[in-house]
Structure formats: C-alpha cells, structure tokens
Design a protein around this ligand. Structure first.
Ligand code: COI
Length: 360
C-alpha cells in the first residue's frame, strides 16, 4: 500500500463554480500540494494543504531574479473515473527546467504520487463538460531572501489545480489569428527557450499585448538570430500541413519540447499521415501559401489543446488558412487527442493514468 501524504484539512470546503461558464485558470480548488527544499536537508515536508495565499520573503530570489519554473498538465473525468494524461512527461521536463536554472531536481515518482493523492482529494472539482478539464499547475520557486545573484539555498514547490474551460475562451476549435513577430524574439540557442521557466513568458508579454491591440490572439515567434525560421507561438508549438504532410519545426534548443507536440506527432503517424520535423522558414510558408500548398496550420499545447490557426500576418502580408476554417487533419487530430484524453476512445499508447481512490 502507498504511504499517504499528510493532509491538512480545511475548516470548510469552497463553493464550486458553475460548470457551464468555466474559463481558464481563474478558479482554484480546495487544496494544493506543498514540498519544501532546504540546503543540507534536501526536499522535505511533502503535504496537501488548503489552497491559500503563501508568505514569501520580500527578498526571495524568485521574485527578484526569476528563479522559477513551472509545468502544465490536465486531469479528466469520464464515467466517474479521474485520469491524468502523460504526467510522467511533465515531471521529466520539470527536472530539465530545474537543472537549467540551477535548482534542485525532484524525485519524479514521489511527485507523481503526491499529485495523484492531491487530485484524489479534490476529485469532485474535475469538470466533465465538453472541452473542460482540471488544469494542473506545478511551480517551483526560490524562497531564500538574499539579494546577491546566486542560486537560492531554499525552494518551494506547489501544485495548484484549476477547473478550466477552453484557453482562448468559447469554442476550443475557434480558428485563431496569429501575428508573426518581426521585432522582438523569444529565445536563442544556449538560452532558456527549451525550459519551462517563468521568465520566458514574462518576456513574451509586450509582443503579445501589441498583437492583441491589433486584433490578433497570439504571436508566432521567429528564431532569435536571423528572425527567419519559425519557432513557436506564445503558449503553443506550431504545426503546418503542407501538401498533406504534417510539418513542425524541429527542436533546436530554443523551442519548448511540448508534450502535446510529442503526442500529436505520434498520433499523426498512427493516423497514417506523413510527419516531418525540420526547419521551416517564414518565406517557405509564403511560397507554399501562394501555390495553394499550405493547407492547414494549428498550434498544440496542454492549455491550448489543438488549436486551428485561421490567419497569419507577417509585416504587410497575410495568409488566410483554409478560408479561416478548421482543416480536416486538424479536426481528426483534435478528435483523436481529446477522445483518448477523455476516455471516449481507446488508449493504445497507455497515455492515461487512472487516479486511485485512496483510503484516508
Ligand atoms: C500549458 O499549456 O500548460 C502552458 O503552460 C502554456 C501557458 C498557459 C503558459
């Protein structure tokens, strides 16, 4: 039998939100997982505690220097069972991110066990509606209060849970409008682009806000050296269907190795599509577009799921993809991916992990 993680009970449970109007990441459950790291002692005090504000030193390294990494995954409810989707991949990646920011690695099995027990305690919060899930956000941040620029001696991990609907609001398959960023860059090789670090997202906000002001949903980043090759979108990896082939930029050190990206590559092959990971320039995309060969564009991400792109704007040139409608291959991948996640389809790759009922 698995050891139970200590649970600090709340005085009273919170009111649950109206499931018919769930947005993304605005409501949080009753509990969160907490784990602490102290130099000399290692990780300790793994426990489930009431979701509540935390106290942190005003001089904490994470606040001043951004020593903070995070993850995103989801739990689904189907026929009364709660399942996690490929959680071990997130915990593998969190260790890659932690190492890049000189933060201490975490035991992936222990973390997964803690997550399963947390989700079990909060299982009544997992929504069941179409396109809904329990979004899971692990975050690790430096807590030592000292202003010298050096790795913190102390850290905290929290896993918080948020019953959520679609990331972009409304229908998950609403085609998005994307602005190809030609001024700012997201990452360069040798930097932190491949890691899920807080600063990558802070650095994206100005370009994102500029694009929003022009009526676009997201920014597509080009490489940080030549600003020529396509990398990723604000919160998603990017895919193109060119002459029937499913193409995505290869992981080059500055692109986030998305778990949905990896899943979609495997699914596309299973569904019989030809798949290619390679460098893709923005000029090449326009050439294919002009010849009518750029058939579909979509983004992939845990939060964004599989999100069709209806329009791409680069400087003064615009590409309208598939008449601004969701393409056939995008739809097939979306149906398969969400079908496996939610339990409506078989899971031949063993990607689903059922959350046990623990006896407390
Ligand atoms: C996710 O897809 O889980 C992400 O972390 C992207 C974004 C919401 C920051």
């Amino acid at each position: 039998m698995t050891d139970l993680v200590k649970l600090e009970q709340r005085q009273s449970l919170k009111e649950k939100p109206d499931q018919s109007s769930l947005t993304f990441g605005e409501v949080f459950t009753d509990y969160m997982l907490s784990f602490e790291y102290t130099e000399g002692q290692g990780w300790h005090d793994l426990k489930i505690v009431p979701y509540a504000p935390i106290e942190i030193s005003p001089a904490a390294q994470s606040v001043h220097y951004g020593q903070s990494v995070f993850e995103g995954l989801k739990a689904y409810k189907h026929n009364g069972e709660v399942v996690l989707f490929r959680p071990e991949e997130n915990f593998k990646r969190i260790n890659v991110s932690l190492e890049r920011l000189k933060m201490p690695r975490i035991d992936e099995d222990l973390l997964l066990e803690g997550l399963k027990q947390l989700v079990d305690v909060d299982r009544d919060w997992v929504p069941e509606g179409e396109g809904q899930s329990l979004y899971i956000r692990p975050v690790v941040f430096a807590t030592e209060g000292i202003l010298g620029v050096a790795p913190s001696k102390n850290y905290r991990l929290l896993i918080i849970l948020s019953p959520s609907g679609s990331y972009y609001g409304g229908d998950s398959l609403r085609p998005t409008k994307i602005y190809v960023e030609d001024e700012y860059v997201r990452a360069v090789r040798g930097g932190v682009g491949f890691a899920k670090v807080a600063g990558n997202y802070a650095a994206s906000l100005l370009a994102q806000a500029n694009a929003n002001a022009l009526g676009f949903d997201q920014v597509l980043w080009l490489d940080g050296v030549e600003q020529k090759y396509v990398e990723e979108v604000g919160s998603m990896n990017i895919f193109f269907v060119i002459n029937g082939k499913v193409v995505t930029p290869s992981l080059n050190g500055s692109i986030l190795p998305g778990i949905t990206r990896k899943t979609v590559l495997a699914l596309a092959e299973t569904l019989g599509y030809e798949v290619e990971e390679r460098r893709v320039s923005i000029d090449e995309l326009f050439e294919h577009y002009e010849k009518g060969e750029l058939e579909e564009v979509f983004g992939t991400g845990t939060a964004a799921v599989i999100s069709p792109v209806g329009e791409l704007q680069f400087k003064d040139k615009k590409m309208v993809i598939n008449n601004g409608e969701t393409g056939k291959i995008t739809q097939a991948l979306y149906d398969n991916y969400t079908g496996i996640q939610s339990g409506k389809l078989d899971d031949p790759h063993n990607w689903r992990l059922v959350v046990p009922h623990y006896e407390r």
